[in-house]
Ligand binder design. Structure first.
Ligand code: MG
Length: 204
């Protein structure tokens, strides 16, 4: 049971299973005293709400997303949603929807939106982090960039969570699984648990 979970959480656009959401909440709760949480790939804020609720008492969630959608959200692609497409600009724009959802959840004072790309935000980033949740682009280039930009800022004992792990290539794209294995092979992380398609690692 998560206190103050919005009644409409099921209606919020996003791709996150209930058991994965509960695991994110649990790990963010434990990590928030170590340092802030950074999420890569917030989309309309569903996972951000779980992280935010976990951090509301004195924690902060940096929610990084360019809000232009990943590859699969673009017009004509499988997960395109015309409700978050700006026809005037001819671009996906999930930021309005994100802001409304965060405000409605009472998390404006917990969640700091970073509306840009990983590469640009990471350029001058100096804040050490208690938890990093990678749920951004699913191309190998995008996943590797997110991993390289953010895993280095994790404090010792911090949590690295990676979404959309599909060890079987017939079930899903391989980029998140590739960075999960890369993290383990680096010797810098230990596996904590896997919940559905969510992988949890700890920085040694
Ligand atoms: Mg995902």
């Amino acid at each position: 049971m998560i206190p103050d979970l919005p009644a409409n959480i099921e209606q919020i656009k996003g791709f996150l299973a209930e058991d994965e959401a509960a695991a994110l909440y649990r790990h963010a709760r434990a990590a928030r005293d170590l340092g802030p949480v950074l999420e890569v790939g917030s989309y309309c804020g569903k996972s951000t709400i779980y992280l935010g609720l976990a951090c509301r008492e004195g924690g902060t969630v940096f929610a990084l997303d360019h809000h232009r959608g990943s590859e699969e959200h673009q017009a004509g692609e499988m997960f395109h949603d015309p409700e978050v497409f700006d026809r005037g600009e001819g671009l996906v724009d999930t930021f309005g929807e994100f802001r409304r959802n965060i405000r409605a959840a009472g998390l404006d004072d917990t969640v700091v939106p970073l509306v840009s790309s990983s590469e640009v935000v990471a350029r001058h980033w100096r804040i050490s982090l208690g938890m990093v949740f990678i749920d951004g682009g699913h191309s190998l280039d995008a996943a590797l960039l997110d991993y390289r930009c953010w895993s280095a800022h994790l404090l010792q004992g911090g949590i690295l969570a990676i979404h959309d792990l599909f060890p079987d290539p017939f079930e899903g794209g391989q980029a998140p699984w590739a960075i999960y294995r890369l993290a383990l092979a680096s010797g810098l992380f230990e596996a904590v648990e896997r919940v559905n398609t969510l992988g949890i690692l700890r920085r040694l």
